[in-house]
Design a protein around this ligand. Structure first.
Ligand code: NAP
Length: 283
């Protein structure tokens, strides 16, 4: 029987460490790290995500500043807020909540974030640094996945890994991070033939598809480490991942559940990246 590895528990440990570190800063009279979150419009999911981010910052003693722009805000108005945050020495991390309203081009907007404050790791400079193996900000979900593997006692070095999904946000960067740690990586996607056969070769399987309980036991190599990134609703409206956890549990070494798996790690890594920016900038 495999082990369920809860990202919620790992993230609590990391957040406790950050909290202590920030209390230490306060004790010496230094300012605390600060995350700026820019929201354009009133997308209900985005509103709930940014509340979660604000709460997570407050819980560890970090400052957060919210910039809420109208749905009708122009490209120039959004860029002006980003540039003001870039110049503000009291802000360490800048996050533009995605998706942006229709009519605003995400790539055109994100490129204005100072790469030194790009705690979401989506600026082309940080994407380039990831692929060149240089130090920079890595996207939060892939970072969280790598931390989970570490806590599973899974060293990617020499292992076969299959990542299902090739998005710029999850699949592509996590594949690169796995490769950097010595894994031999295959990226699968919707055009991949015999996905189950391919997955059965994987010592490490990362599912970032967006299809409820798509991955059953027939996709699993005995003893594999499985990380389920998907966030879906099943036919009854219940939150679930891409992996049928109950069906695979007997065949894996470890698997993450949904909820309480990768999700909590993503916000946690945003805090870790903001602390990293604070320490690097040292202002
Ligand atoms: P995405 O941009 O929609 O990418 C999904 C990927 O899955 C695509 O590469 C797609 O292939 C592939 N795919 C879809 N159906 C497939 C199939 N039947 N067989 C093989 N591959 C298939 O999504 P994403 O942003 O990467 O997110 C993936 C999932 O993770 C979603 O459920 C999302 O909600 C979740 N997520 C969770 C977190 C978290 O914090 N836990 C963070 C981000 C995302 P093509 O490229 O060929 O279309």
């Amino acid at each position: 029987m495999g082990v369920l590895v809860y990202g919620s528990e790992i993230s609590e440990e990391i957040r406790n460490g950050l909290k202590e570190q920030i209390e230490g800063l306060k004790g010496t009279g230094r300012r605390v790290p600060c995350l700026a979150v820019i929201l354009v419009g009133n997308n209900p999911a985005s509103l709930s995500y940014i509340k979660g981010k604000e709460k997570a910052c407050a819980a560890v003693g970090m400052d957060s500043r919210m910039f809420h722009l109208e749905e009708t805000a122009s490209r120039d108005e959004v860029i002006k807020v980003i540039e003001d945050c870039n110049k503000d020495d009291g802000i360490d991390g800048i996050l533009v909540q995605l998706p942006l309203p229709k009519g605003l081009n995400e790539k055109e907007i994100l490129v204005h974030i100072d790469p030194a404050k790009d705690v979401d790791g989506l600026h082309p400079v940080n994407v380039g640094k990831l692929y060149l193996g240089e130090d920079g900000f890595r996207p939060c979900t892939p970072l969280g996945i790598m931390e989970i593997l570490k806590r599973m006692n899974c060293d990617p070095d020499g292992k076969r890994a299959v990542v299902i999904g090739r998005s710029a946000l999850v699949g592509a960067p996590v594949a690169r991070l796995l490769q950097d740690q010595g894994a031999t990586v295959t990226i699968a996607h919707s055009h991949t033939k015999d996905l189950a056969g391919l997955c059965r070769e994987a010592d490490i399987l990362i599912a970032a598809i967006g299809r409820p309980r798509y991955i059953g036991a027939e996709y699993i190599k005995e003893g594999a480490f499985v990380v389920d990134v998907g966030i879906n609703r099943d036919e009854n409206g219940k939150l679930c991942g891409d992996v049928d956890t109950a069906a695979v549990l007997d065949h894996v070494t470890a698997v993450t559940p949904v909820p309480k798996g990768v999700g909590p790690m993503t916000i946690c890594m945003l805090l870790v990246n903001t602390m990293k920016s604070y320490e690097t900038r040292n202002v």
